[in-house]
Design a protein around this ligand. Sequence first.
Ligand code: ATP
Ligand code: MG
Length: 610
Amino acid sequence: MVGSGPLSTLGAFRWAKGGNDADLGSDSQDISGAREREHRGLRADQGDLSWEEARARHLSWLPSGRLNIAYEAVDRHLETDRRDRVAIRCLGRHDQVTELTYADLARQTGRFANLLGELGVRRGERIFLLLNRSAELYVAALGTLKFGAVLSPLFPAFGPEPVRERIVRGDGVVLVTTPELYERRVVPIRDRLPGLRHILVTGDTNPPAGTTSLTAGLARAADSYPVAPTGPEDLALLHFTSGTTGRPKGAMHVHGAVLAHYVIAHYALDLRPDDVFWCTADPGWVTGTSYGIIAPLVHGLTIVVDAADFDAKRWYRILEQQRVSVWYTAPTALRMLMRHGAALAQNHDLSALRFVASVGEPLNPEVVVWGSEALGHPVHDNWWQTETGAIMIANFAGTDIKPGSMGLPMPGVEVGLLERGADGRALVTDGHVRPIELPSVTGELALRPGWPSMFRGYLHDAERSAECFAGGWYLSGDLATRDADGYLWFVGRADDVIKSAGHLIGPFEVESVLMEHPAVVEAGAIGVPDPVAGEVVKAFVTLRPGIAESEDLRLELLGFGRRRLGAVAPKTIAFDQHLPHTRSGKVMRRLLKARELGLPEGDLSTLESV
Ligand code: ATP
Ligand code: MG
């Protein structure tokens, strides 16, 4: 059963009480004002949803203790009044709308599962999706789970090599794609995918030679499929990490993770039965699967899916026209919206919006406060990883937001900060690590294993999997500070931390300060070798549109940094209008560093092309 071990002994959760006294001036008072509190109005049942309670009362389960994500997300709703509710509303690039009710989704996913059976796929085999955000993607994803095969969604923007590498490493047997993506991404590697047995291509006429038409296959297949009786420990998802720090790792997740998807979304995203939910992440990144597909559907909500990429006007229009009530997005997107100014937001009716959350990168306090002004709600930052499968730390509903902090550990999640060595990583002596205590400490962020969506290892990489655990903790590789109220503040990735004249400097702190300067919209900070200090900070800054680079501005920024940061201020600042980002929106500091030092650039498969 899911959650055996420490989690199953948890009783009702209590709300952690946080102060609102971050050293951020009066802004921090404004954002927990009456309006937000009123919007938050907690339901009576909201404070005590433990794993136990959710497992026993909120999930449906299949006979004999079997558990299947697709059943929880789709088929179980057929017995309820949600049956005819819109589950997924897909907005095409040209605004064409495709809607699937829960009943439609059950039929379509049944067809997909039958099609896999027809192709001779066996349970547990891996199905890769290389699809744009369209109804087919969601049908194939949930149909794969319903069948009991393992789902691995890929970013459609990946080039042929990253696609090939992941399919080969993940032992893919079926690839589902579109004619266009087939042509551009798959043809160049077609003869180097030895294990792949079938390629399903959308569109019903003339599938390319050697492929099968998905559309025709679905049209032929029967609607109903008895959901695979998977166990909670059966593999469900293979998700590759973002590759920010190196070669992407294939994190394996099980069906039992759905318990965490359900419970944590309830707390961290404050989901309520009538919500219209929009998660802007692509399912090629774990956020787009855990929260772009599974959690909201398990809650029986309507999800909005947009096929197009970021566009400020379009996004505001979607929020308005779709009456989105809960919105989960990322810092880079929010920063881009900020660039366009609050006036653009105020031209739209965002009255349906109730809760805004962000993940993926540090969320600068400035953006949190901007959310209150422009969107009418502060942004709730939260922290998690591909490996954790679900949000672990959040400024969650019912707690006070501290702008700039990642928030508090989710109920049921135990966070430790471990003593670190000179390299920033946890000090492990004979398998033992020392957690450090309150108040206000910095260490490697660690989690007590056992939460239901914890990854079950990296595929084909037992050694790297083992390195993530020590002394009874899962080591995240991130450094954080905990304040006296228990809030956690992101310092940096252990790999990105800059060691200068005896100080350990988190790049986020430097970047956040630079971004407070009116000319700066984004920044990336790295350490460069220095004969005296060991390393000194170099920052790359992106200027707001319309602001010209100049020596005067550079000097002004250096002075601004020095005044605000003292000894840890950047010694050099360079202008860079195209900071390298991963496709999931993170600044790739390792690439800035490699370029600066003339080192090999490493794995760039997840680099966003500019
Ligand atoms: P790789 O593991 O391949 O280097 P990655 O760590 O970027 O890539 P993900 O699992 O997509 O891959 O991202 C998780 C990481 O994102 C976290 O470890 C953390 O560094 C960063 N992150 C996520 N949320 C936040 C947040 N709220 N604040 C700061 N950093 C965050
Ligand atoms: Mg990582």
